[in-house]
Ligand binder design. Structure first.
Ligand SMILES: [Ca+2]
Ligand SMILES: [Ca+2]
Length: 488
């Protein structure tokens, strides 16, 4: 290269460098404006929290405080009524019917085991690509945060510590039990999860961050220190609604799928005089979880990020405490699909309720929307921002819950419609029957309602992925066996 050409080239390089420097500066500036994200997952938390009114005696002052400071979706539902597939759906932004991840899945296989094309990208990975620091502790994906979910993971995905033997309930294939144990809150894994978050919030962070806080309680075993049991009076505990003949109008496949032998039934609880005790134990665990969440919210309020953080609190699915004669999740009924979903932060209206049916699957695109990241049209959910800005906005999307291939529940503002793999159905008019006692599916008057809702059932549901598994009852053991066989 000769000297004559050197000067113009050098000028060009200098000019390009200046442009790049300006671009970088504006990127950095933009990144500083991006909201931080505090993503609080609570395991197996149903609507028994004050902002949702599911149980009149529940004590959740911190969830109440969070609900008052933002917006609560009162008709929010999980996409699978079990930890593993629900969380896989949240972090991939895809329905189980797209990925084939209908059942439990190891964190490391959420991407590789998905049947979707293109392969999913985890929410946290998209955020990372756009400059977010990702960190967290506790239960986020099913085993915590495997599969490289986060850049920094503090551990403590843990349902212990466990007493030497079960205190009140014995059952194979379930850790269902309850009782006051251990002695102190600081022996609980959730205390360490909250401590991790408190420390993270006290530190100076260079750019926007995603902080995941995965609270393990009220997942079984319902063991928390005595102080939480002492907050409730056993004699006056209110029991959930239940009808002994409730299953008489269910199709056979519903009885097979929802058969939950490892956990107590309402019948068993009544016979053994244990129902109030068990309800109290769940309430004790919810109150304890609320306390740990409150510690994190306090830390956020005292931090540099108080005015620039979106807080999202969700549960991975609900839980029956005897309603419809079951004590578990894993059903296509309201107690199992409905979840608390609270959102607060800059620009989000305070003390506001949105009754539109939404799904946890909508969190992925919603967070991308608030972080100014383009939303891929391969995602199955949609941003909730229009509803956050106007909770009464028109919204014609029901919530979808899938429990195994081709067993699908569709929930709109009034009805719950369930169609099973063999074509049999359930339909509940929740405006008249909030406990879902009366299956209207065989009443011809409701044919137009069923047809209207059936349109929303995903067609051509993906085959059950061979990496997904669940060995709860004979139906699920067979589903798992067939899926594993398909890989051979
Ligand atoms: Ca769960
Ligand atoms: Ca019934």
């Amino acid at each position: 290269m000769n000297a004559l050409n050197k000067t113009p080239l050098r000028s060009l390089v200098l000019a390009l460098s200046a442009i790049l420097a300006l671009t970088n500066a504006s990127c950095a500036e933009q990144q500083n404006d991006l909201p931080n994200i505090l993503f609080i997952a609570v395991d197996d938390l149903n609507d028994w929290v004050v902002p949702y009114g599911g149980h009149s005696q529940t004590l959740t002052p911190n969830l109440e405080r969070l609900a008052d400071s933002g917006l609560r979706f009162t008709n929010a539902h999980c996409q699978a009524p079990l930890c593993g597939p629900s969380r896989a759906s949240i972090f991939t932004g895809l329905l189980p019917s797209t990925t084939g991840l209908y059942l439990h899945v190891n964190d490391d296989k959420v991407i590789s085991g998905s049947q979707s094309n293109p392969a999913p990208e985890l929410l946290t990975h998209v955020l990372q690509r756009h400059g977010y620091e990702t960190l967290g502790a506790g239960k986020l994906l099913h085993q915590g945060a495997g599969g490289g979910l986060l850049q920094d993971y503090g551990g403590h995905k843990d349902f212990g510590p466990y007493p030497e033997k079960h205190m009140n309930y014995e059952g194979e294939r379930t850790s269902t039990d309850w009782g006051a144990y251990p002695d102190r809150n600081d022996q609980m894994p959730d205390h360490a999860v909250a401590n991790y978050a408190i420390k993270a919030l006290s530190e100076k962070r260079d750019g926007p961050f995603f902080l995941g806080v995965g609270i393990n309680r009220p997942h079984v075993p319902w063991h928390v220190p005595q102080e939480w049991f002492d907050k409730f009076d056993l004699d006056s505990i209110e029991l959930p609604p239940y009808r002994a003949d409730d299953w008489d109008d269910l199709p056979e496949i519903s009885k097979i799928i929802h058969n939950a032998p490892p956990t107590p039934s309402a019948e068993w609880l009544i016979e053994n005089g244990k129902w109030k005790e068990m309800v109290l134990a769940y309430l004790a665990c919810v109150a304890y979880a609320d306390y740990e969440i409150g510690r994190v919210l306090d830390a956020l309020e005292a931090s540099d990020y108080a005015d620039n953080a979106i807080v999202i609190l969700w549960s991975d699915h609900g839980y029956h405490l005897g309603e419809k004669n079951v004590v578990t999740k894993m059903t296509l009924w309201e107690e199992s699909t409905r979840v608390p979903l609270l959102i607060a932060g800059p620009g989000i209206p305070k003390n506001t309720v949105c009754e539109r049916p939404v799904g946890l699957i909508d969190l992925y695109p919603t967070l991308l929307d608030y972080s100014d990241i383009e939303i891929s049209d391969t995602l199955d959910g949609r941003t909730l921002r229009p509803l956050i800005e106007d909770p009464d906005a028109k919204w014609e999307h029901p919530a979808i819950t899938i429990w195994g291939r081709n067993n699908t529940a569709i929930r709109d503002e009034r009805y719950r419609y369930i169609r099973y793999e063999d074509g049999s159905e359930e339909l509940y008019d929740r405006s008249k029957d909030p406990n879902e006692f009366n299956n209207l599916a065989s009443n011809p008057e409701y044919t137009p309602v069923k047809e209207r809702l059936a349109v929303h059932i995903p067609e051509n549901q993906a085959l059950v992925s061979p990496v997904t598994y669940h060995r709860w009852n004979p139906y699920w053991i067979e589903v798992t066996r067939k899926a594993e066989e398909s890989a051979e």
